[in-house]
Design a binder for this molecule. Structure first.
Ligand code: ADP
Ligand code: ASP
Ligand code: MG
Length: 464
């Protein structure tokens, strides 16, 4: 059995949904291949739900207009996909919207929008798209069943970014699928807590849902269908000459996506890796193309560098002072206090003199990180062992990724040379000891040029 996942970009409008149904029909159903399919919300719907939720919270009556537009959009899609036969699907869509309307009214009245309520609101995106698509496919004679993943995927109560309890989830999935025959159409992105409160798995989380189900069911492959030809050597929106890779390892995919390659959500690789299930990225708009395979590492892979990705906006914190040299426990206190405050560190760089540690965080966390670090090291700061924490804004991180870099000297030199020749200043550098990734912090203004010159000097011109 294969698990297929179609992202929002593949279900952006009626024509796209029709072509996805065409792909399912031509390549799988007609060929009698067993499949389970995960769909995201229709393109833009998750963002719209966030917007409507905050409009209601702000007591802006505009939320009602936006709600109505979203309702119309779904009703129209449902009707166009089911001409002459749309009563049942329309009823289901209406039912979901009347529940959503009540929740939004509640947010408006009590002026409260907790992350728990927001997750519940967001779940409507996936519940609507999957309801409409499964009804449509059934209407066309396929035997499909809608499955609300929150019934099976059990998670922590970290709303917005919930962690999966794999023991419970895997049991639930295996048990459920034992009794099922038809094609299951599964809502991506959502799970639920032990108390059955709906959670979400983080933005882009439908990829993860596919991998969770794929791994629990020992699928033959997990196919992620999107709007590009696979994992490209760089973000195609930023580097025009980027091209699709034939294959990358799970670790390379994780590293590229962690550093901004949105094409796959980073945690997706973990369940697949554990069971050694291949992930394939395919293009809904070019279904014959073989796309990119994510598989176990191949040490004979001729390509040392696979790709470059970037996080466009980061802040860099610099903690420095003579009192840090040779003193044990500074790093552990530093990272401890950030973890306690749920501040995610994207990159760490420490000079061997131990005189300073640099940390990159998302811009929204820069000032908060400064505050909690300064509180933690208050006494050392009074004694002038540690100076004020400096925060630099408007920076970007570039990550150059490839497993086989570790056996090839001179890669870092080539990257630095490319930037040096174009007078691009490097503010901080980090390389994991695995040598899977070299990360550079540069000024945001230099980002586009930096990506393009590195790509040109290192990746361009070679075959797939
Ligand atoms: P979906 O709606 O299918 O989940 P996403 O928008 O989440 O699609 O991800 C696909 C997009 O990821 C592409 O359209 C592309 O612009 C972007 N992207 C960023 N970096 C890369 C990369 N290295 N390779 C491929 N796509 C990338
Ligand atoms: N709809 C969710 C989002 O936009 C999940 C996904 O598309 O993967 O983040
Ligand atoms: Mg996505």
């Amino acid at each position: 059995m294969k698990i297929l996942k179609f992202g929002g970009s593949s279900v952006g409008n009626v024509d796209r949904i029709k072509s996805v149904i065409g792909i399912l029909d031509k390549y799988y159903i007609k060929r009698k291949k067993k499949i389970t399919v995960v769909f995201s919300a229709f393109q833009g719907v998750t963002d719209k739900l966030i917007e409507i939720g905050s409009l209601a919270y702000d007591r802006k009556p505009l939320y009602k207009e936006e709600f109505k537009k979203l309702y119309n959009k779904h009703i129209e899609i449902a009707a166009e996909l089911n001409p002459g036969n749309n009563i049942k699907v329309t009823e289901k869509v209406e039912c979901l919207f009347s529940e959503l309307e009540e929740i939004l009214h509640g947010v408006y009245l009590i002026k409260e929008l907790t992350s728990r309520t927001l997750d519940y609101i967001l779940s409507f995106g996936e519940r609507l798209s999957n309801t409409i698509i499964s009804e449509t496919m059934n209407g066309r004679g396929n035997s499909c069943e809608y499955l609300d993943a929150s019934k099976l995927v059990k998670t922590s109560s970290d709303f917005g970014n919930a962690r999966v309890d794999f023991d419970q989830t895997n049991n639930n999935i295996v048990k459920y699928f034992k009794k099922k025959k038809g094609i299951q159409i599964i809502t991506g992105f959502i799970g639920s807590t032990i108390n059955n409160e709906v959670t979400t798995l983080g933005r882009g989380g439908s990829d993860y849902t596919a991998s969770i189900f794929g791994s629990a069911l020992n699928a033959k492959a997990i196919e992620i269908w999107t709007d590009v030809d696979g994992i490209l050597t760089a973000d195609p929106r930023k580097v025009k000459n980027s091209f699709p890779l034939k294959s990358v390892s799970y670790e390379e995919a994780m590293e590229l996506s962690h550093f901004g390659a949105k094409v796959i959500y980073p945690p997706t690789m973990l369940p697949a890796l554990q069971k050694k299930i291949k992930i394939v990225i395919k293009n809904t708009f070019n279904p014959e193309f073989d796309g990119t395979e994510i598989v176990a590492r191949n040490i004979n892979d001729p390509f040392t560098i696979k790709g470059i990705s970037s996080i466009d906006d980061v802040s860099l914190l610099r903690v420095q002072g003579g009192g840090m040299i040779g003193v044990t426990g500074i790093a552990s206190r530093l990272f401890g206090v950030l973890a306690q405050n749920k501040i995610n560190i994207i990159l760490i760089s420490q000079a061997s003199s131990e005189h300073s540690i640099c940390l990159a965080v998302l811009p929204g966390f820069g000032q908060k990180a400064k505050k909690v670090i300064e509180e933690e090291f208050r006494l050392e700061m009074i004694d002038k062992k540690i100076g004020d924490v400096a925060v630099e804004e408007n920076l970007s991180i570039i990550a150059v990724v490839g497993e086989n870099m570790r056996h090839t000297p001179g890669i870092a030199g080539k990257v630095f040379q490319s930037l040096g020749r174009h007078k691009i200043n490097i503010i901080a550098i980090a390389q994991g000891s695995s040598e899977l990734n070299i990360s550079l912090v540069i000024n945001k203004n230099d980002l586009s040029k930096a990506l393009n010159v590195i790509h040109k000097n290192i990746l361009q011109g070679r075959r797939r």
